[in-house]
Design a protein around this ligand. Sequence first.
Ligand SMILES: Cc1ncc(COP(=O)(O)O)c(C=O)c1O
Length: 364
Amino acid sequence: MSLFRPDIDRMAGYIPGEQPQDSGWVKLNTNENPYPPSPRVADAVAAAAKRLHVYPDPLGTSFRKAAADLYGLDPDWILPGNGSDEVLTILVRTFVDAGQLIAYPYPSYILYETLAELQGASHQRIPLRPDWSWNLEAAAPVIRRSKMVFTPNPNSPSGNRWSDDTISRLVPPQGVLILDEAYGDFADTPHRMELLKSPIGKQLIVTRTFSKSYSLAGLRFGFAVAHPDLIAGMRKVKDSYNCDALSLAAAEAALLDQDWMLANRVRIIDTRTRLAVALRSLGFHCVDSQANFVWATHPTSRHQAIYEQLKARKILIRFMKFPGLSSTGESGADKVWDGLRITVGTDPQVDAFLAAITEIVASL
Ligand SMILES: Cc1ncc(COP(=O)(O)O)c(C=O)c1O
């Protein structure tokens, strides 16, 4: 006899990337920022730590005001969360009933599938083309039936980004489109919040995280941006105090230090270009990335071996495989689309990675 809900029995559960707790790793596997957060963060946390005997502001008013100013919106367009993963959970619980359909591009962020399973919702993967673009004609009937469509923008693991025209065609007629912009700050156009005031705005929700561009993965903070009517519904669902006082204070301080974040962004983009050029010269195919990682595939397809040999040298990247689809666009139970996702680290980290992978590739 199982004590679990049948949905929980049936699901595998999300498996996060490896987080080694010992030192000495070149860690390029979970898209963290290799640079420290703004020094103003530690000061803000120290100040907030003096008031830990009282509950935090349940609505995160001060953070919401700062974020709204940055994007030229009113604070009631912002909903803070305990990491953008929590915001995604709140979204599913707010908008999708058991049995309704959640759709997402494939390959992309597998957590969407887990969230659908937790909610007892149906879910459908929409296969991307081998060049990582949407096949909008094939997607249209699925989108029409969906209550919620999720898409990272830029996508993970590929790092490419969608045009405004593509985005407008992903909105389900009877539902909402979630633009998961975890990597949005690394793109050429760092945000498209204008879309929220366009005709699709009442069915669009943008999510953002502090784990990547603001170097605060260890803190857990993200937020949603959407029309106040949508935010009002989400507020009913979130825990009363879903963000603690320390993370609210830290996120606000990080957000207000735009110069710090933007300087790190430029460094990461420069290193990203160098990394992609070097991988291509080693024979890899690399997608043009708008994020803080690159997706690389090798003509030998020996991706798992490359990952393991790097790991043996304490260099951690992500070997990813997406069953059911091949990288040439065929689908079938025996097909797998796989490759390597490499986070853009510091220049010395990337140099260590390139030196090792050069040797490994030569010996394949
Ligand atoms: C596409 C995408 N969305 C959301 C997240 C989660 O970010 P957070 O750390 O804010 O929960 C990640 C984390 O890697 C991600 O890749």
